[in-house]
Write a protein that binds this ligand. Structure first.
Ligand code: NDP
Ligand code: ZN
Length: 352
C-alpha cells in the first residue's frame, strides 16, 4: 500500500508497505480524514525520538473499519471511527497504576508514528479495537472529529494537569491548536482570567473565540514582565505550556504564584536538560508544582470528547484552517505544519 513516511531524520517521502494484518483483538482501518501534528515535525526534523527508518507518519485520524479480528465485539467493517493518537496496551501494569499513556513503558501508549506505523497509509492497524476505537456519530463532521484524536485531548490534558480550580487565573503559553484547546479546557474547568500567549493574528483571534480574556504577544517583550504588569505583580495560579522551546520553563516558574501549578504538554525536541530558575522556584521551597504529560487516549477518552462536541461544549472545527481533498496532499499538509504560515492553525486532509 502507498504511504507517507519518515525515511530518516530530516527525510520524508512516499513508500510502498505491506497492508497491516489484524490480530484477534485488532482492526484494520482506512483513513477518511487525517491531520499532521507538530509532533511529527519534532520527530522528523529535530530527530527528537532518535532515528526512525521508513516509519509511516501521522497519528490523527478518523476512518472506516475495513477488517476486524475474531474477538472484536463492538466494531465491524463499515463503521466510522475516531482513532486516538494514543492506543495503549490495556493489559499492562501501567494501566492498573493509572497511566495508560505509559502502558508497556514510558510513552509507549503512543504507538503511531513513534514505535509503529502511523495513519498516513492507505490502511492502518489498531491494536485492541474494542478498547481504542470510538464510534463516530453521523452528526459530527470529519474535520471536527479528527481534531479529537490529539489536539483536543492534549490541550484539555494541559488544563487537567494544571489542576485548575474555579476562578483561577491561567496563562496558556502557546496558542497553536494544542494551546487553543488548553484555553477551551481552562474555560470549561472554570478559570476566570485566561491569558493566551502567542503572536500570529489567526491564533489570537481563535484564542479569543475559545475563551482567552487577555492576550500577551511574546514578540512585544518578555512574557514574565507582561504577565506581571497584567496581574499587578502577582502572577497567575496556573500555567499551561503548549509552545516555545525548553527555556520557556524559566518563564513559567517566574509567572506562577507560590502554590501554583505548571503543566506542560509541549514536546521538547532539543537539549539534554530543562532549566528551573532556583530563586523563582523559592530555592526549592515555593510549592510550585511542575508536571508534564503525554495525552490520554483510548476509547473512553474519545467517547467523552465526542460528547463534548455533541452537546455543544466545544467546537474543534474552528481549528481547521486548511482543507485538502486527496491522499496525495498529505505531504503538503505536513510541510505546512513545519513552516507555520501566518494563517495556519491546522490542515486536514480528506482522503476522498
Ligand atoms: P504550534 O507550533 O502550532 O503552536 C505553538 C505556539 O507556541 C504558537 O502560538 C507560537 O506562537 C507559540 N510560541 C512559539 N515560540 C514561542 C515563544 N518563544 N514564547 C511563547 N510562545 C511561543 O504547536 P501545536 O499547538 O501544534 O503543538 C504544541 C506542542 O504540543 C508541540 O510541541 C507538540 O509537539 C506538542 N504536542 C504534545 C502532545 C502530548 O501528548 N503532550 C500531543 C500533541 C502535540 P506564534 O503565534 O508566534 O506561532
Ligand atoms: Zn500529535
Amino acid at each position: 500500500m502507498k504511504s507517507f513516511a519518515m525515511l530518516g531524520i530530516n527525510k520524508v517521502g512516499w513508500i510502498e508497505k505491506e497492508k497491516p494484518v489484524a490480530g484477534p483483538y485488532d482492526a484494520i482501518v482506512r483513513p477518511l480524514a487525517v491531520s499532521p501534528c507538530t509532533s511529527d515535525i519534532h520527530t522528523v526534523f529535530e530527530g527528537a525520538l532518535g532515528e526512525r527508518t521508513d516509519l509511516i507518519l501521522g497519528h490523527e485520524a478518523v476512518g472506516e473499519v475495513v477488517e476486524v479480528g475474531k474477538e472484536v465485539k463492538d466494531f465491524k467493517p463499515g463503521d466510522k471511527v475516531v482513532v486516538p493518537a494514543i492506543t495503549p496496551d490495556w493489559r499492562t501494569i501501567e494501566v492498573q497504576q493509572g497511566y495508560h499513556m505509559h502502558s508497556g513503558g514510558m510513552l509507549a501508549g503512543w504507538k503511531y508514528s513513534n514505535i509503529k506505523d502511523g495513519v498516513f497509509g492507505e490502511y492502518f492497524h489498531v491494536n485492541d479495537a474494542d478498547m481504542n476505537l470510538a464510534h463516530l456519530p453521523d452528526d459530527i463532521p470529519l474535520e471536527a472529529a479528527v481534531m479529537l484524536s490529539d489536539m483536543v485531548t492534549t490541550g484539555f490534558h494541559g488544563a487537567e494537569l494544571a489542576n485548575i480550580e474555579l476562578g483561577d487565573a491561567v496563562a496558556v503559553i502557546g496558542i497553536g491548536p494544542v494551546g487553543l484547546m488548553s484555553v477551551a479546557g481552562a474555560k470549561l474547568l472554570g478559570a476566570s482570567r485566561i491569558i493566551g500567549i502567542g503572536s500570529r493574528k489567526a491564533l489570537i483571534e481563535a484564542a479569543e473565540y475559545y475563551g482567552a480574556t487577555d492576550i500577551v504577544n511574546y514578540r512585544n517583550g518578555p512574557i514574565d514582565e507582561q504577565i506581571m504588569d497584567l496581574t499587578g505583580g502577582k502572577g497567575v495560579d496556573r500555567v499551561i505550556i503548549a509552545g516555545a522551546g525548553s527555556d520557556i520553563l524559566k518563564t513559567a516558574v517566574k509567572i506562577v504564584k507560590p502554590g501554583g501549578t505548571i503543566s506542560n504538554v509541549n514536546y521538547f525536541g532539543e537539549g539534554d536538560t530543562l532549566p528551573i530558575p532556583r530563586l523563582d522556584w523559592g530555592n526549592g521551597m515555593a510549592h510550585k508544582t511542575i508536571i508534564g504529560g503525554l495525552t490520554p487516549g483510548g476509547r473512553n477518552r474519545m467517547e467523552k470528547l465526542i460528547n463534548l462536541v455533541k452537546y455543544n461544549r466545544i467546537d474543534p472545527s474552528r481549528l481547521v484552517t486548511h482543507k485538502f481533498h486527496g491522499f496525495e496532499h498529505i505531504e503538503k499538509a505536513l510541510l505546512m505544519m513545519k513552516d507555520k504560515q501566518q494563517d495556519l492553525i491546522k490542515p486536514v486532509v480528506f482522503v476522498e
